[in-house]
Design a protein around this ligand. Structure first.
Ligand code: TXA
Ligand code: MG
Length: 336
């Protein structure tokens, strides 16, 4: 990645174009947050509903008061502790931020990513004073991309060769999307954890002195919190470690083509399989690439070994629950 490529990409954003770029969590599909037509182009490319807000990415040291109204102390403390890094904060939107980025809500999601390419792009774009609106660079509902090739696999067709600028920053380190904490209703609801991620609720509590609560019915909408999301095309099901080997044997004996994603070393009779590290950080880093790889292995089912149900696996279990939601009941159908 050359400095010239980053300057070109920043110029493309300034001209209202789209640029896909790496972040430490997943790749984003970016546009100038202050250009409603550019933001509309992201929605069109993703096939995403217009009323779903996008996160605004800012450079280190960005002026929170430019983007947000009534910035609470909690937001400044969390930015100080975790930015640049995989934390998104939902705060009241400043009056001049276009409706388009917030899906008509009165809030805005802000994040300062730590990937060096993202930071260089944000520093070059509008002299470091701009905001880049960027959802994950995938079609609505699909698994998020963690490599530049994943982005090309998602959008290659409609942008045509070379049409979409994709900055290649290697594989994303964190591998699952940022933690989202809602600070827009502190007085009435306290902090709320809209999407779990690498930065855990306890780490947030250690900084602001209050543990973020689970979302209530009135919590801001987030597409990443839809029951079905982050899903491969093949059905996905989970099974506990003890049950897994037997299941693979039974299903394979019935002629089912199964792909297995597991973290305990198992003898696999599956048609395809992928082993992930047994620690949450390593597992998260490899999860989406594994789901994509297994999705292209021509199988009828991707079977995932259920991870431990402890706090440090919360973000991963959240994504797996959404990835499997559309396939509920598939195991009993296959075993019937
Ligand atoms: O790690 C990430 O957050 C990645 C990288 C590219 O930064 N971005 C990402 O964006 O995951 P996206 O759009 O795929 O997911 C962001 C989630 C969506 O569920 C969206 O609805 C929610 O954040 N969101 C954004 N702004 C919001 C707001 N003002 N209020 C409530 N939810 C918001
Ligand atoms: Mg997304």
């Amino acid at each position: 990645m050359t400095g010239a490529a980053i300057l070109d990409a920043a110029a493309r954003l300034e001209a209202g174009g789209l640029v896909a770029f790496p972040t430490e969590t997943v790749y984003g599909l970016g546009a100038d947050a202050e250009n409603p037509a550019a933001v509309a182009a992201i929605y069109a490319a993703k096939g995403r509903p217009q009323d779903h807000p996008v996160i605004v990415h800012v450079a280190p040291g960005a002026d929170l008061d430019y983007w947000a109204a009534d910035v609470p102390d909690e937001a400044r403390l969390l930015a100080g502790a975790f930015w640049p890094g995989p934390l998104t904060m939902i705060v009241k939107r400043h009056a001049h931020i276009p409706d388009a980025v917030s899906g008509g809500q009165d809030t805005v999601g802000l994040r300062c990513p730590s990937h060096p390419v993202a930071m260089a792009l944000l520093a070059a774009f509008k002299g470091g004073k701009g905001g880049v609106a960027a959802p994950s660079a995938n079609k609505f509902g699909n698994v998020s991309p963690t490599t530049a090739q994943h982005v090309r696999d998602e959008f290659g067709d409609e942008f045509g060769n070379g049409e979409l600028t994709v900055l290649d920053g290697g594989a994303s380190q964190v591998g699952i999307e940022s933690t989202i904490v809602d600070l827009s209703r502190l007085a009435t609801h306290g902090p709320v954890l809209l999407r779990p991620g690498h930065i855990g609720a306890a780490q947030i509590a250690a900084v602001i002195g209050a543990l973020p609560a689970a979302p209530d019915d009135a919590a801001p909408r987030a597409s990443g919190t839809l029951e079905s999301h982050y899903a491969p095309k093949a059905p996905v099901a989970q099974a506990g470690t003890a049950r897994l080997a037997g299941l693979v044997t039974t299903l394979s004996a019935r002629g089912r083509r199964i792909a297995l994603i597991h973290y305990t070393p198992l003898l696999s009779g599956a048609a395809a399989h992928q082993t992930l590290p047994a620690d949450p950080a390593g597992y998260a880093q490899g999860l989406y690439a594994a789901l994509r790889a297994m999705d292209t292995a021509g199988v009828e089912l991707i079977l995932v070994e259920t991870p431990p149900q402890t706090d440090d696996w919360l973000g991963i279990n959240d994504r797996l629950r959404r990835a499997t939601h559309g396939s509920i009941g598939i195991l009993s159908r296959f075993l019937a």
